[in-house]
Design a protein around this ligand. Structure first.
Ligand code: ZN
Ligand code: ZN
Length: 283
């Protein structure tokens, strides 16, 4: 089967209510001639919101999957995209914040699911407890306010009074003063909803390109799209002693449909390892 026939000209629901379709949709339209729809009947906030009104219980990929299922049901189509972002300490550099974006493509017609992930330190994710003594200037710079929105509430654990999508300096100042007069403190945090966060939109746009590459990469045996790296093979040979090192020698690709597996030497990888990384030459 021709790879384009899987997705060409199909109708897809982009299961989001935070305007993510504005970056995902046109890219799919261009790549596959797809028609995209959204619906306001998607209450994706049921899966958790960033500001804590609803606790996030599902792991992000499950949440993205559920959004797909919801979208498929509401829109009566057989193709859906769900998206999910999560923010917190970077898994490798815990002193840095990181954002992880996930996209899941669910294809009911071909019984197929394609997932892509992007971990990026380019996030403004942060929060600040404010009292009368707090200087908020540095926080505002880091948060990229006012292009990126802010959320203000009484305290980190209190959502009884909450104001979202603040993009205006005067409004922010007035509201902080109101909180300080009434409670002596307040809690300011970045609004991570995509339409209030251009950094997130940018990451979702990048991730959409990654998804398109994966949708175009088909299994050499059964031609199912989504043929992708599932593991790595280590043991790159040392250029000095010819013993295997711990470095990556090749990538293992597996088809999710027929389980066909192949080893591909990535053109970007070295053919031999520097003796510096060899346990024998440089113990
Ligand atoms: Zn296959
Ligand atoms: Zn060596």
């Amino acid at each position: 089967m021709d790879k384009t026939s899987f997705f060409q000209g199909r109708k897809v629901v982009i299961a989001t209510k935070h305007k993510k379709e504005s970056v995902i949709g046109p890219a799919l339209e261009k790549a596959f001639g797809m028609e995209y729809v959204t619906t306001d009947k998607l209450d994706t906030d049921l899966f958790g919101t960033f500001s804590g009104e609803i606790e996030r219980t599902e792991i992000p990929v499950e949440a993205a999957r559920h959004k797909c299922i919801l979208g498929l049901g509401v829109c009566q189509v057989d193709l859906a995209i769900g998206s999910e972002g999560s923010f917190g300490p970077h898994p490798d550099f815990f002193f840095l914040p990181a954002g992880e974006e996930i996209l899941v493509l669910m294809d009911r017609k071909n019984d197929l699911e394609i997932k892509v992930k992007l971990l990026s330190p380019k996030t403004n994710f942060s929060s600040l407890t404010i009292t009368a003594e707090t200087n908020v200037a540095d926080f505002l710079t880091h948060a990229q306010f006012p292009s990126h929105g802010l959320i203000l509430r009484k305290s980190a654990n209190d959502i009884s009074l909450i104001e979202k999508a603040i993009h205006d300096e005067k409004q922010l100042k007035d509201r902080i003063n109101w909180f300080l007069q009434n409670f002596g403190t307040c809690y300011l945090e970045t609004d991570m909803r995509a339409m209030h966060n251009p950094s997130r939109m940018q990451a979702i746009a990048e991730l959409t390109e990654k998804l398109i590459v994966k949708m175009n990469h088909c299994c050499p045996k059964c031609h199912t799209p989504g043929f992708s790296i599932t593991d790595v093979l280590r043991g790159l040979i040392c250029s000095n002693c010819a013993m295997p090192t711990h470095s990556i020698q090749s990538f293992i690709y597996t088809c999710s449909k027929c389980n066909y597996t192949t080893l591909e030497i990535n053109p970007g990888l070295k053919k031999m390892e520097d003796p510096m990384f060899c346990d024998y030459c440089n113990p």
